[in-house]
Design a protein around this ligand. Sequence first.
Ligand SMILES: Nc1ncnc2c1ncn2[C@@H]1O[C@H](COP(=O)(O)OP(=O)(O)OP(=O)(O)O)[C@@H](O)[C@H]1O
Ligand SMILES: [Mg+2]
Length: 280
Amino acid sequence: MDESQSSSANAGAGTNAAPSATRAPDAPLALRGENLVKRFGAVTALDGVSLTLGKGEILGVLGDNGAGKSTLVKILTGFHQQTDGTLYVDGEETLLRSVDHARSLGIECVYQDLALANSLSIYHNMFLNREIVRRGPFRLLDHKQMRERAAQCLDDIGVHVPSVDLPVERLSGGQRQAIAVARAVHSNAKILLLDEPLAAMGAREAGLIIDLLMRLKEKGGLSIIMIMHNYAQTLDIADRIMLMQRGRVTYEQQSALTSVAELMQIVQREYRAMRAGGAH
Ligand SMILES: Nc1ncnc2c1ncn2[C@@H]1O[C@H](COP(=O)(O)OP(=O)(O)OP(=O)(O)O)[C@@H](O)[C@H]1O
Ligand SMILES: [Mg+2]
């Protein structure tokens, strides 16, 4: 395949990862990053990454440890600011100043450590920092309404738990991840960023999250970027994949047009080239 062969050669040019060839040029984009660079002192974590995310699209980001995947997500979620490069949210040039700023634009992130309060109930977690309070002078929490709304929201997206009163610590890893995704979706996310949502999960638990992501996709209105490790799972879920190596995008393709074998070949070739070049 031409593209895979030329991809590594293009990687250093800073113009890699052009918008996907199979999307219509005027298709609406939820997000676009142009030549994003992030330096931490002497470390260049992102070295000119360009990416696009179409509305309703699921983009899978693959790559080795230290490739810059989490750094990219942290820029897209307003946690870090890029050293250089431009970000467009819904077509508007935007500098994301903070996580709250990104959130106000409908960008939500589910981090790997989840940030759920384990001793609190499912429904309370769903409304963490957004609690509903009753009217009146005492501003008491409206548990009844939060319970009902949480149950409704989980029901809407097909997440089944025995009771929304259960503390989160009683749930499995997969169920917890599902609650974290549900919470993000419930807060009207338009763009959902997931950093290794299936890490450390067994097949059954991973299946739960995969099904949830597929249902969210079918419902429409949500664009997703997910960092993944497993190539086969990524190709199953994502519409498109992007491979990152050493702070750059070295390959990008529609999932239907690539394969696990091809991705492994690209990674191996890069690895051999790096060793031959004596890098690191
Ligand atoms: N806050 C930071 N300060 C300094 N260096 C950092 C910081 N965050 C990330 N880095 C460095 O940037 C590079 C990319 O890290 P990043 O966490 O984005 O990789 P990753 O692709 O998510 O890796 P993994 O698969 O292990 O999660 C690494 O060399 C890392 O050490
Ligand atoms: Mg990471």
